[in-house]
Design a protein around this ligand. Structure first.
Ligand code: PMP
Length: 412
């Protein structure tokens, strides 16, 4: 029997108490964004009430205080990722901007015609399009490592695709469309063996398992705070210190310079070099509060709880008639993607919504993987620490209701 780790934390999230369409809200769209605990909401509003000033430039007390809070956020992120140094943490708008930063700074400085970037068949558009833009600019080429029907990388083929031309490999730590947890440690080892750098897209990983970047040894790691119980518009690029220090700026402006004249400018060290202009100060503080919240619950407990819900939902949904699961990797984080014969994912999403059940329906910004499976999209339920067995029950009941509406019968 499956053990039942219970985390009863919904009371920390005010939004979960609001009814939606007259029903109890069953929020299973956590892969898109998570809800925010009161501690995160308060951290942002406290900042504006008590600590607001611009950072890094003021001589006055409040500016120094705001700077201290902002830089304490950097230390919180460093510790959370077990990175070696605070200055390996760059604040960005999120995963998307972090990846674009690496492409436009490291990529333009280091890649040329004939070089290859190795992606995987399950990347999010934000880990595809920035590399296409870079390839148009440099003449480098994208290669795509294939996956099998389960949604796992074919590691023999992956290894065979690495060559001296491979300068960079980019991989999702966890696939947002399939839930697959990729073997990033092994990928880093193989890629470094071939002389390539590694960027890991951690957008779907950091809220579901602990991440130790010194152990993983990747060169870049990106994530967004909003999928980690924090605010939107803020995220992180981790980069190894020696790489960041050698990278040119990609956006110019205040706060990223040492000296400026009309002829030339000199630049601050990383990470300031990559944080041009007034940053999202309140966002950093909210992100740090989100990390503190997750750590206070414990990532091991969160992972066990979400795995329990995933296993239960997988069992119950796959037992329904005409259901096909999309992605059945042996190692998955809390994402259940499926299609049902005769019901378009959007129709399914709409019927579930009328029952108060919020899921995502569509291609999940991962069109190539939909093409791989020959489907237009999937219905995706994704779990967070505040979900409960009741949410799984509501999901299954709503899917049954949709099937009844479409005249799909249980096999007798
Ligand atoms: N990568 C993955 C795997 C994602 O799931 C997402 C968000 N859906 C992103 C990148 C992009 O994150 P953001 O929109 O926060 O920049």
């Amino acid at each position: 029997a499956i053990s039942q780790p219970i985390l009863d934390l919904a009371h920390d999230f005010p939004i979960l108490a609001r009814p939606v369409r007259g029903k109890r809200l069953c929020y299973l769209d956590n892969g898109a964004t998570t809800q925010k605990p009161l501690s995160v909401i308060r951290a942002e509003s406290d900042f504006y009430e008590q600590s607001n000033a611009n950072i890094h430039r003021g001589v006055h007390w409040l500016s120094q205080h705001a700077t201290d809070l902002y830089e304490a956020g950097r230390a919180t992120v460093r510790a959370f990722l077990n990175a070696s140094h605070d200055d390996e943490i760059v604040f960005t708008r999120g995963t998307t901007e972090s990846i674009n930063l690496v492409a436009q700074s490291w990529g333009r400085a280091n890649l040329k015609a004939g070089d290859e970037i190795l992606l995987t068949g399950m990347e999010h558009h934000s880990n595809i399009v920035p590399w296409q833009l870079l390839c148009h600019q440099t003449g480098a080429q994208i290669k795509v490592a294939p996956i099998d029907d389960r949604g796992e990388l074919l590691m023999d083929q992956y290894e065979a695709m690495l060559s001296p031309r491979t300068r960079l490999v980019c991989v999702a730590h966890v696939s947002n469309a399939l839930g697959t947890v990729n073997p990033v440690d092994e990928i880093v080892r193989l890629a470094h063996g071939a002389g390539a750098r590694v960027l890991v897209d951690g957008a779907q990983a950091v809220a579901h398992q602990s991440v130790d970047l010194q152990a993983m040894d990747c060169d870049f790691y990106a994530f967004s705070a909003h999928k980690l119980y924090g605010p939107t518009g803020i995220g992180v690029l981790y980069g190894k210190r020696e790489l960041l220090q050698a990278m040119p700026p990609w956006q110019g402006g205040g706060d990223m310079i040492l000296t400026v004249s009309f002829e030339n400018s000199t630049y601050a060290d990383a990470p300031q070099r990559f944080e041009a202009g007034t940053p999202n100060i309140a966002g950093v503080i909210g992100m740090a509060a989100g990390i503190d919240y997750v750590l206070s619950v414990g990532l091991d407990r969160i992972a066990a709880h979400e795995q329990h819900l995933l296993d239960l939902a997988t069992q119950e949904i796959s037992a329904l008639p005409g259901v096909r699961l999309i992605g059945a990797a042996r190692k998955k984080a809390g994402i259940l993607s499926f299609v049902i014969d005769g019901i378009h994912p959007h129709d399914l999403g709409t019927i579930l919504d009328s029952e108060g059940v919020a899921i995502r329906a569509g291609h999940h910004c991962a069109m190539p993987i939909m093409t791989r499976y020959g489907i237009p999209g999937t219905a995706r339920a994704s779990f967070a620490l505040y979900n409960s067995v009741d949410d799984v029950t509501a999901l299954v009941a709503a899917v049954r209701k949709a099937q009844a509406l479409f005249g799909i019968q249980e096999a007798s």
